[in-house]
Design a protein around this ligand. Structure first.
Ligand code: ADP
Ligand code: ZN
Ligand code: ZN
Length: 815
């Protein structure tokens, strides 16, 4: 029996919960952790019940809960506890934290069904014979008999759902005669028609302007599109499209809306490897931890290609065998498919239920998968960042693969780090957190060395494969010799030539997309900046326009300088589009493709390109960071890095660490098959330690040097950091609020907490907002948190809107 009032956490940017009255009919069923629909201001919103309170609140105007959505509370007690921890550690409103933990709100999640239990069925048979003798009176009998007549469970009407059932059903339920359960029904897979450009047909009599518009949409701007979207964008009629399909100008196919299933899943046979000695000893250490049956953190530091996945799978298997459940976090969606496929192949038959959770699933699919997990139908969850909240019970293991990846950090409220949350969750659940990486973050490796985490090392690749050999190409020297600037140095060019001759593959990494990433005036030196952001516009040649990569704004390509009107506007800084063009020119026979956010707009396009490369249908693949992660291609013998300099020169204390990690990871894509691999890194800073250590693939050396720098500069892991951004579209307001905040901070600036700022943020303008920055550093986490939370309260008291203050605890990016 719950109290007449309860506190509800709502997804609103306010750091408090709200009290609501519990209607009579809900008193027996409402539970902590359950979702409720409540009136808030003039809207209805969904929140989570966090506690019951006996007395009425101070405010007399307390409103009633409209409806309870869950019979099984969505959030388990452990997840509620985790949510509260996140809210206090990251200083985020608890309701917003819960929102990121909950499944998407869909019709499916709230469907309730009533069914007879075995006892209920027996009772109903009895009652059918003699209605009047029934124990609970004729009303209950009728209800039971009605249920019996319908062979299947019936769904509760929406009205019944409000208080979970009529009184009668409630009583029957208490007596164990019926059960009311949430059912997540699988909907029939919906498909949509996709239209693509095929080729011009001279005999087609369609108006050429119309054709040109469609071509530019389908070929250049957007790629293949669902029919309704094309009709809208192209101002075209259905009959026009039908005619062009007949003429063979367009082509079409049916595609599931967000395919949930991995097309390569069925029939996949994982290679059965016996663990080698190093893998075996890592696995034994993991098993020994399990034996202890208590919380622990282990770091599996294994070079690229050392077979970490194999160890993960064994660890999951062992967890399941102990009757527990496991979460496997991977840094990106493509890897969920790959790791999910392996898990299903391993555990699917043995243990019903491996679930894949990531943000590219549709809401319905995600909700369905989420509730399957919540109802205990799945015991392994593979997913990206937010899968750390998968509602598994009896959790034994959380794996965080490539723990250093920045994609684990959420860059919106709540700004949590998935790896750190995984560790806290493991602690709450008495589970093991297993972090894996070839290039652990400084923080993690430091903890491992200090003995806070247990360090497991695999120093060599499987099957005695050598690590690739890495060489640096100094772009400065190259220029002195050739007097040419080309994104492809002569050494890289020769390397590609060799691959083509041997029938092996090359992977070329470039970390900017577009054609040129800067447009400059030779006369006055002005560069073309975004109107909303203090960032150069990127030239996209295919789309024939300039784009801002931060806010997406678009500009025409200027014919003259916007400042001095000179005609000498020039483009510089090669992007991936440019590189692809160069490679095609230089190697006309090679089969070249590009993989970046422009070419891989959909999951299907992404998989197609990767699939084509994996199957050998491509010789050279050009791409951005997304190529560096995890993929296991066996015919790549050359990896080229066009320039390591962009990431090295970022105004960020982690620039060296990121560069080292990126280079080591991408180098790790070479030589994973029988042939050895080679890596060429082009740079203007060949002597930089991040590059030198990457060449030697010497993680230890890099770690020591970088750790020293962090100690001297008082950066993490030696201090805790928080980044506070004050932002507004009005410059005056942004300045005023920064000044107010700085008045609050001033007396606290000292030995224990160092406060830097306010200064213009490196991205001084972003999406039309002016941005100022404070950086807080402290050796004491507690003091940092206290000061920051005091600052937020102070901002509230000054009526600075909460959206104007962005507090980022343990920031990964200081831009
Ligand atoms: P990592 O994640 O450490 O870079 P992977 O787990 O992707 O490495 O493994 C690299 C390759 O080695 C995969 O193709 C995998 O199938 C293979 N492999 C794993 N373990 C063994 C083993 N014991 N013997 C032979 N090959 C193995
Ligand atoms: Zn100019
Ligand atoms: Zn912009």
């Amino acid at each position: 029996m719950s109290a007449p009032f309860c506190n509800v956490a709502l997804p609103v940017p306010l750091r408090t919960t709200f009290t609501y009255a519990v209607p009579e009919a809900m008193r027996t069923s409402l539970q902590i952790g359950g979702r409720v629909l409540v009136p808030f201001r003039k809207k209805s919103i969904v929140g989570v019940v966090v506690e019951f309170v006996p007395g009425p609140p101070a405010s007399p105007k307390v409103r009633e809960i409209t409806r309870a959505l869950d019979l099984t509370p969505a959030l388990t007690p452990k997840l509620l506890e985790l949510g509260h921890w996140i809210a206090s550690y990251y200083l985020a409103p608890v309701g917003e934290v819960f929102r990121s933990m909950l499944p998407p709100l869909t019709e499916l999640s709230a469907r309730l069904e009533v069914a007879l239990t075995a006892a209920g069925r027996a009772a109903a048979e009895e009652h059918k014979k003699n209605l009047l003798l029934a124990e609970g009176g004729p009303e209950e009998s009728r209800e039971l008999v009605a249920l019996l007549k319908k062979a299947k469970p019936i769904s509760l009407a929406a009205g019944v759902k409000q208080g979970i059932g009529s009184e009668v059903l409630q009583r029957l339920r208490h007596r164990g005669l019926v059960e009311i359960r949430e059912v997540v029904k699988g909907r029939k897979q919906k498909t949509q028609r996709i239209i693509a450009w095929k080729g011009t047909n001279s005999s087609s009599k369609v108006d050429s302007a119309k054709l040109e518009r469609l071509r530019s949409i389908l070929e250049i701007d957007r790629g293949p599109l669902p029919l309704p979207q094309l009709l809208k964008l192209g101002h075209a009629s259905r009959s026009l499209i039908a005619r062009l399909l007949r003429d063979g100008v367009l082509t079409s196919w049916e595609e599931p809306i967000d395919p949930a299933e991995d097309p390569f899943d069925s029939g996949y046979e994982p290679p059965a490897h016996t663990l080698n000695e190093a893998q075996e000893s890592a696995f034994n250490a993991i098993r020994a931890r399990f034996e202890l049956g208590e919380f622990g953190v282990q770091l599996l530091h294994g070079v690229t290609g050392s077979g970490k996945t194999e160890v993960y799978l064994r660890a999951v298997q062992d967890t399941l065998a102990r009757g527990k459940t496991a979460i496997v976090l991977v840094p990106e969606i493509a890897l969920t498919l790959w790791v999910g496929r392996q898990c299903r192949a391993w555990f699917g038959a043995q243990f019903e239920g491996v679930v894949v959770l990531h943000s590219a699933l549709s809401d319905t699919e995600r909700a369905r998968a989420w509730w399957r997990v919540r109802h205990g139908e799945a015991r392994v969850v593979v997913g990206t960042r937010s899968a750390v909240f998968a509602p598994l019970e009896n959790l034994g293991l959380i794996i965080v693969d490539e723990e250093q990846e920045s994609s684990y950090k959420q860059e919106e409220t709540p700004r949590y780090h998935g790896r750190d949350v995984a560790i806290v969750r493991a602690k709450l659940e008495n589970a093991l957190a297993l972090l894996g990486s070839a290039t652990p973050s400084l923080e993690t490796y430091h903890h491992a060395r200090e003995g806070k985490y247990e360090l497991l090392t695999i120093a060599a690749r499987v099957a005695s494969r050598p690590l690739p050999s890495v060489a640096v190409i100094s772009l400065g020297e190259e220029f002195e010799q050739t007097h040419k600037t080309s994104p492809i140095s002569s050494a890289l060019s020769a390397g590609i030539e060799e691959c083509l001759a041997n029938g092996t593959q090359a992977l070329i990494l470039i970390n900017r997309r577009g054609y040129s990433w800067s447009v400059l005036c030779r006369s006055c030196g002005a560069s073309v900046q975004c109107v909303n952001c203090s960032i150069s516009m990127t030239h996209h040649k295919n789309r024939n326009r300039l784009e801002c990569h931060y806010c997406g704004s678009i500009q025409q390509i200027p014919k003259q300088c916007p400042k001095c009107h000179s005609k000498y506007v020039y483009f510089f800084g090669e992007g991936s589009e440019h590189l692809e063009e160069r490679l095609r020119q230089e190697f006309p026979k090679a089969r070249v493709a590009r993989l970046d956010r422009d070419t891989a707009r959909t999951k299907r396009q992404f998989q197609e390109t990767l699939g084509a490369f994996a199957s050998g249908a491509l010789d050279v693949l050009v791409g951005t960071q997304m190529l560096a992660k995890g993929h296991d291609f066996h015919h790549v013998t050359l990896v080229g890095v066009v320039s390591a300099d962009a990431s090295l020169s970022m105004p960020d204390f982690r620039a060296a660490e990121r560069t080292f990690q990126l280079l080591t990871q991408v180098a790790g894509r070479a030589g994973r098959g029988d042939l050895p691999g080679r890596v060429l890194i082009q740079t203007y800073f060949p002597d930089h330690y991040a590059i030198q250590d990457a060449v030697k693939q010497d993680y230890g050396a890099f770690f020591e040097r970088e750790l020293h720098f962090r100690r001297v500069m008082a950066y993490p892991p030696f201090t805790s950091l928080a980044n506070v951004i004050v932002r507004d579209t009005s410059l005056e307001k942004a300045i005023l609020w920064s000044r107010e905040l700085s008045e609050y901070f001033a007396p606290h600036n000292g030995e224990t907490v160092r406060i830097l700022g306010p200064a213009a943020a490196p991205l001084a303008r972003l999406k039309r907002e002016h941005r100022f920055q404070f950086l807080l550093k402290s050796k004491s986490r507690a003091k940092l948190t206290r000061l920051l939370s005091g600052a937020l309260v102070y901002c509230d008291s000054k009526e600075i809107p909460q959206t104007a203050i962005l507090a980022d605890v343990d920031p990964l990016s200081l831009l």
